[in-house]
Design a protein around this ligand. Structure first.
Ligand SMILES: NC(=O)c1ccc[n+]([C@@H]2O[C@H](COP(=O)([O-])OP(=O)(O)OC[C@H]3O[C@@H](n4cnc5c(N)ncnc54)[C@H](OP(=O)(O)O)[C@@H]3O)[C@@H](O)[C@H]2O)c1
Length: 260
């Protein structure tokens, strides 16, 4: 496995913790060199120090993917160093929870910049580097693309847009040998999920434990997933082993989504 990644480079955004970190960690374990980023310099440097334990090269940058200028500078810097990259993970923090009437234009625009435009700008920016060797792209969305989640109107709206974008890209970039897929977490145990459970508990005057139990009862496997369980799939889709999967949306949800 390691030989397949030898000398290859993957860019993973929003990688200081949670799902982004788990994917970066899996890729490095499999032998990939990494360029990782997140907003906070200290957090991403700490993550990079941990990722280095696998013995591959790890470059860390402080980048806010919701900010066009920050992303442009990041892409420019990578392009100045490398002629090609082999894999790109488009990940970002999730938008705040809340219903339709709780958000003004600014909140909608922020969510659009963070969760849609970041993907547009990342793919556009890294396209010249990805097409050199026929790269792989994975974007992290949510099971809400199949079944909108109550109280998450911003996420529900942005994720479906991104999934449509990824399907379109699989058609447009296929001739360049670029394979494009979307991975949708259900309830993966990260800071984000803890925050959402805490907010819901407060809203409903219930304990966090009650909320979690109620959520777990809706998951056929009876538990939240681990970030590594999602990272395994993402690493496969991003790897040279993936030669024929593109334009698809995968759910890592323990069976939570009930539709076909
Ligand atoms: N966990 C789940 O079950 C689940 C379910 C559905 C969807 N998702 C989505 O999957 C994505 C990852 O979720 P997670 O649970 O891993 O989240 P998390 O635990 O909150 O981690 C978020 C990561 O994103 C970075 N980040 C946040 N905003 C950023 C920005 N504007 N630019 C660059 N980096 C940024 C954070 O680092 P810094 O603070 O240093 O920037 C951190 O590394 C989110 O979009 C989330 O909504 C997750």
């Amino acid at each position: 496995m390691e030989l397949q990644w030898k000398g290859k480079w993957a860019v993973v955004t929003a990688a200081s913790r949670g799902i982004g970190f788990a994917i970066a960690d899996k890729l490095a374990e499999e032998g990939a060199n990494l360029i990782v980023c997140s907003r906070h310099r200290e957090s991403i440097d700490e993550a990079a120090a941990s990722l280095k334990k696998h013995g591959t090269e790890v470059i860390a940058r402080a980048v806010d993917v919701s900010d066009a200028g920050s992303l442009q500078a990041f892409v420019k810097e990578v392009a100045a160093e490398r002629e090609s990259i082999d894999a790109l993970v488009c990940n970002a923090g999730g938008p705040p929870g809340g219903g339709f009437l709780s958000f003004d234009d600014e909140a909608w625009e922020k969510a659009f910049a963070t969760n849609v435009m970041s993907v547009v700008r990342l793919v556009r920016g890294f396209y010249p580097l990805l097409k050199q060797q026929g790269g792989r792209i994975v974007t992290i969305a949510s099971t809400s693309v199949k079944e909108p989640i109550p109280g998450l109107v911003l996420s529900n709206t942005m994720r479906t847009g991104v999934t449509g974008l990824m399907k379109t890209l699989s058609v447009e970039l296929g001739p360049d040998g670029i394979l494009v897929n979307t991975v949708c977490p259900g309830r993966i145990e990260t800071d984000r999920i803890q925050e959402l459970d805490r907010a819901r508990a407060e809203r409903e005057g219930r304990s966090e434990e009650e909320i979690r139990k109620a959520m777990e009862a809706q998951i056929p496997l009876g538990r939240y997933g681990r970030p590594e369980e999602l990272a395994d799939l993402a690493a496969f889709l991003l790897s040279p082993r993936n030669t024929y999967l593109t334009g698809s949306t995968y759910f890592v949800d323990g069976g939570m989504v009930k539709s076909l």
